[in-house]
Structure formats: C-alpha cells, structure tokens
Write a protein that binds this ligand. Structure first.
Ligand code: TRP
Length: 370
C-alpha cells in the first residue's frame, strides 16, 4: 500500500471550514445556480434525511423547500431516507418503519414528485452499502476522528461511546452520493466536511483502483440561501426538545404550540435579532412564509405584544401549510400509495447501485463470472 495515497488528506479542523473554503463554496454555489437556470439536465442531486420523526418547519425552511425548488427547475433528484444512519447513535429503532412512512408522506405532501424524483431507503439498496467496503479502504481512522461533524454528533450523544458506524458515517455518506454519481448535494455549511470527504474518496478511488479513470465524479456542495429558524423556546428546533411545529400538526395543535413560544415582556414588537432573538425568530418564520419583511410585520403588530405576534404567526403558518396538510391527510388515507412510491424508488435506486457496483468491481478486477 502506498502511503502517498493519504498525503492529500484535507485539513479537517473546524477552522479550515470557515472563511476561505466557505467563500469558495459560496462562489461555486452561485455559479452552479446560474448553470442550473440554463441547463438543469447536467445535474443530479442527492439529498436525504435521517428518519428520526416527522418533519418540521425547520426542515421545511432549511432544506425541503429548496429541494422542491431544484426538482421543479428540472434537476433530477434522488431523495434518501437514511435509515441506516438512525442507528449511528441510538439504540431504539422500535418505530423505524413508522418513521420512514411519516417522512415519505411528508416528502410527497410538500411536493416531491415521484414521477420526477426517486425516494429510496438505505437498507433497501444492498449495492449502495457494499460500496462502503472499498471506500473504507481509502480513508484513515485519523481523518475520520478529525471530522468536525462526527465530533459534534458524538458530543450531542452526551457521553455514549462512539459506535463504529458513527465514526465511519462520512464514508457511508460518500457511498450515498457516489452510488448514483450525483454531482450536486444541497447542504448547510456544517455539512461541508462531508462533501470534502466524499470528494477525497472519489479521487482516491479513481487513482488507486481505476488507474486514473473518472469512475466517480467529484460532487459539489450547493449552499443555498435558506432560512435557519430556531425552535419555539429559542433553542435549535428539534423533535426531542418538543419545540417544533410539525408539518403534520393540525391548525389547533399549531396554535397551541405557538402559544407556548418564548417571547419577552416588552409589548412593543421590534425586529432585533441580537437583542430579542426569540421574537425575531417568530418574525422570520412569518416573514419567510408570507414573503414579507420582518421589520414591516413587527411594525404592523406594534404594541400588540407577544400575544399579537403569536396570533399573526399562527395564521401565517396555518395558511401556508394548509394545502400541504390537506395533501398529507389524503396520503395518510392511502398508505398503499406511499408504500408503493418507496418500493418503486428502492427498485430504481437498486438498479443504479447495481450498475455502479459492477463498474467498481470491474475497475478493481473483482469480476468472477466466466
Ligand atoms: N446526514 C443527513 C441528515 O442528518 C442525511 C444524509 C445521509 C445525507 N446521507 C446523505 C445528506 C448524503 C446528504 C448527502 O439528515
């Protein structure tokens, strides 16, 4: 084995992700957006979520609406329900089937169109997972240990010993992206190290196992200007904190959730993200969903206080989500359809993965059929 192969190990210290590489990625993303507008057919997007529960407004504003936008622009989109990623850092998988169904239902309700996009699950695509083996041979354990996202995810488990799957999940993500030769991955900036790891795997595979042939493309991150909203208590929006507005909630449940939202005692509503982060967060939610300016909404509420603000946000959220929720109820009444969409997506992803794995074995001289 050559040690030079690992000499290109990127600097994965978190500081390296700031400034220069962030600006590079942002500029590249702008270029790509222009290319998409001209010719969307040169791109294949791979995105996905861990099925850890129902999707909420944070997902919707942060990634899902962007996904639907790309699909509607004509970019071929592969959407992964990353079920194997659920077991990186937790023991309880009792409700995984149900969670997967919820996520697929959410996708369909908000406009992922199965005739244009492929929705599939990790566990149903064996050849995707098998790519993990050659790929693992292309990374070092210290690269994985230095990965800031792995570190952050591990810290979030509060002292649980790190599983081998958590340590190696950036390589699994490389398989998610490369099995279908996706060249575009919409991500938040915290996920840039993963993309860098994927590019490293692709490059090393091509060099080490394919004699320099481009078996795998080098995918780009697409950093989109999405909105990052907080939960109703001002912390990160997350199911486990009970501070979410789920796509699947009823209008009454939404109103109840929002009544509990944290605001402050100043009755005069102003848009001040630094000084009044919780109030500002609610204003941003209303502004984004209604296409208005948060400052205008604040002055409209004026002395209406937290109560006035919550009433307005409830109306805007419920109005915006009404058609999505209606569609969701229809889908819930037709579980056979939802299951069928996933089965078809799994079959299509399997076809793609099988073809890629064949190519990989050929490149590696591991084909034994006479
Ligand atoms: N890690 C992503 C999440 O936490 C899900 C995911 C799995 C993913 N594999 C991916 C995202 C590949 C982009 C590319 O939701």
């Amino acid at each position: 084995m050559t040690t030079e192969l690992f000499d290109d190990a990127p600097d994965f210290e978190p500081s390296a992700i700031s400034d220069r590489s962030l600006v590079t990625a942002q500029n590249r993303s702008r270029e790509i957006e222009e290319q998409i507008a001209v010719d969307p057919s040169q791109f294949r997007v791979l995105t996905g979520d861990r099925p850890t529960g129902r999707l909420h407004l944070g997902h919707y504003l942060g990634t899902l609406s962007n996904r639907v936008r790309l699909q509607d622009l004509g970019v071929e989109t592969m959407v992964l329900v990353a079920d194997y990623q659920v077991i990186t850092d937790r023991d309880d998988i009792s409700s995984i089937t149900e969670r997967v169904r919820e996520v697929v239902t959410d996708y369909l309700a908000l406009g992922i169109d199965p005739s244009r996009s492929t929705i599939f699950a990790h566990s149903a695509v064996p050849a995707l997972n098998q790519l993990m083996l050659p790929f693992l041979s292309l990374v070092t354990d210290s690269e994985l240990r230095r990965n800031p996202t792995v570190k952050a995810e591990h810290e979030a488990t509060g002292g649980r010993p790190m599983s081998g799957l958590l340590l190696t999940y950036p390589v699994h993500q490389a398989a998610d992206i490369l099995f279908c030769k996706a060249n575009l991955v919409p991500v938040g900036k915290d996920q840039l190290p993963h993309l860098e790891q994927t590019r490293v795997v692709a490059r090393r595979f091509n060099e080490r196992y394919a004699g320099g042939r481009q078996v795998f493309p080098s995918p780009d991150a697409l950093l989109s200007e999405t909105v990052n909203v907080l939960g109703l208590d001002g912390q990160k929006m997350s199911k486990s904190k009970g501070n979410t507005i789920d796509l699947a909630m009823t209008e009454d449940e939404t109103a109840k959730q929002l009544k509990r939202a944290v605001t402050d005692s100043d009755r005069h509503i102003t848009y001040d993200p630094e000084g009044r982060p919780e109030v500002a967060n609610l204003l941003v939610i209303a502004a984004t969903l209604s296409g208005r300016d948060p400052v205008d909404i604040a002055s409209e509420i004026g002395d209406g206080g937290g109560g006035g603000l919550k009433t307005l946000v409830t109306e805007v959220v419920n109005e915006h989500l009404r058609p999505i929720r209606e569609r969701r109820r229809e889908l819930e009444a037709d579980p056979g359809f939802v299951a069928g969409v996933l089965a078809e997506g799994n079959a299509r992803a399997t076809e793609i993965a099988d073809a890629t794995l064949t190519e990989v074995r050929e490149a590696m001289g591991m084909v034994y059929t006479p």
